[in-house]
Design a protein around this ligand. Structure first.
Ligand code: PLP
Length: 478
């Protein structure tokens, strides 16, 4: 699509939207301006292509299609069947997965589908066999009682939140921590690295049904062959949540034992982070779990978002192009440049560096909480998110860390020099920020004071970088 055509498409779309609710059209315009004018370093965000964005704005949004391809509870789903089949085909081909389920609306939904599929496969189905029942309709009330008890009393072992795991990996306040008896594995207190021997020891002692690997804030690669060995030794199902690093798997940066697909029984992902697709989720599975995953709807999902499945197909087709491998490699290389920029300026990083797309900066050395650092950086046009670090004394709300990621700015074309400069700018803000005080005059974990002129100076320097790498170049809304 030519630049002027893209501008005209969006201008007209905003005119149509504005004729109904002008404030939404205005907010949409403003969001583009804001995204264009800031250094987006949130590790879970990216910029989807215009083709992906446009695919989401169609009449597929209006269609109900509960069920699976060719087996729907609604009529007239022939075009949704085409869309879902294509998205699943692209996913299977891209990741080399035997089976792909593209209906989950989000990463959390994908994990719920995976959990219930594992429970169905490993608890419900064997129980039905034991009771010589064909399906759940044949069970008596007493059978149900037993099944409910067995279903809900399984064990899950996942990475702890402060080591970088996700809340759906058994965190107590999340449903995953309530559906399962859960325990967590952490990282080595000295190095911050995953200690496979410690995970194995915990698994031997706890004997989980599900071993979850994957993370939201761990700046290192995982050896999935080792995780599978641990799962096999204790008879667990290995579930890998690659929501964060799916783009690095798709782009063949993570290969061999770092590619989860051949080792995991079930792999879940989001499609909107490093994979650069629409906001959504996906489940990839070995054949043995395919029929159970297919029950995602009605098990935990309602009608699929057909317009988003269509956009997933477009994004996955993009990720199958050779240029996506170049992009993914640049994401990892840029994370190293960012980390090296911090290290040579004496900042402390969790694990001492990175070999994926994430850099976790410990801000306690600046006398700040993550919350203060996040806010001070935002004043200077640097968008990050606070994150706890292993053993964090400030908990999950205030935290002591800042999580940074390279997928978005790499999409804009940032390379080594730009990321080195970004590390310099971040440190300029942090070294010039002091903790503030509470209204009562005590020390505050939230308020902060940035020295005069610093935010403006850093924003101007960021603008220089951003102007060289425009977001959606050629797209003009006015
Ligand atoms: N899994 C991991 C590892 C994540 O990092 C996230 C999101 O941050 C999710 C799952 C949930 O994804 P969503 O926000 O799409 O539900």
């Amino acid at each position: 699509m030519t630049d002027s055509l893209l501008s005209s498409v969006y201008r007209q779309a905003l005119e149509v939207i504005g004729s109904v609710e002008p404030r939404i059209a205005e907010a949409t315009r403003q969001e583009l301006t804001d995204q264009r004018g800031s250094l987006k370093l949130i590790a879970s965000e990216n910029y989807a292509s215009p083709a992906v964005l446009l695919t989401m704005g169609t009449w597929f949004s209006d269609k109900y299609a509960e069920g699976t391809v060719g087996h729907r509870f609604y009529a007239a789903c022939q075009n949704v069947d085409t869309v879902e089949s294509l998205a699943a085909e692209h996913a299977r081909e891209l990741f080399g997965a035997p089976y792909a389920y593209v209906q989950p609306h989000s990463g959390i939904d994908a994990n719920l589908v995976a959990f219930w599929s594992i429970l169905a496969n490993r608890v419900e189905t064997p129980y039905l066999k034991k009771m010589q029942a064909k399906n759940v309709n044949d069970l008596t009330e007493a059978d149900w009682e037993t099944l409910r008890h067995e279903f809900g009393n399984q064990r899950l072992l996942g990475m702890s939140l402060d080591a970088g795991g996700h809340l759906t990996h058994g965190f107590r306040p999340n449903i995953s921590g309530k559906m399962f008896h859960q325990q967590q594995y952490g990282t080595d207190p000295e190095t911050g690295l995953l200690d496979y021997a410690a995970v194995a020891a915990k698994a031997r002692e706890f004997k989980p049904l599900v071993l979850v690997a994957g993370y939201s804030a761990y700046p290192r690669r995982v050896n999935f062959a080792k995780m599978r060995e641990i799962a096999d030794e204790v008879g667990a199902v290995l579930m890998v949540d690659m929501a964060h690093f799916a783009g690095l798997v798709a782009g063949k940066v993570f290969t061999g034992e770092e590619d989860p697909i051949p080792y995991a029984h079930i792999t879940t992902t989001t499609t909107h982070k490093s994979l650069r697709g629409p906001r959504g989720g996906m489940v990839l599975a070995q054949e043995e779990f395919a029929a159970d995953v297919d029950r995602g709807c009605p098990m935990v999902l309602g009608g699929p978002l057909s317009h988003v499945m269509a956009a997933k197909a477009v994004a996955l087709a993009e990720a199958r192009q050779p240029s996506f491998q170049t992009y993914a490699q640049a994401v990892a290389d840029n994370a190293k440049s960012l980390a090296d920029g911090f290290l040579k300026r004496d900042a402390r990083l969790v694990t001492g560096g990175t070999d994926n797309h994430i850099v976790l900066l410990d801000v306690s050395g600046f006398g700040l909480t993550g919350r203060q650092a996040e806010s001070a950086l935002l004043d200077a046009g640097v968008v990050t998110n606070r994150n706890s670090i292993p053993g964090d004394p400030n908990g999950a709300w205030y935290t002591s860390g800042i999580r940074l990621g390279t997928p978005a700015l790499t999409t804009r074309g940032f390379g080594h020099d730009e990321f080195d400069r970004v590390s310099e700018l971040i440190l300029e803000v942090l070294t010039n920020t002091q903790p503030g005080t509470t209204k009562a005059g005590g020390p505050s974990k939230a308020s902060y004071v940035v020295a005069d002129g610093v935010a403006g100076r850093v924003q101007a320097a960021a603008d220089e970088l951003l102007d060289k790498h425009p977001l959606y170049p050629g797209l003009e809304l006015s």
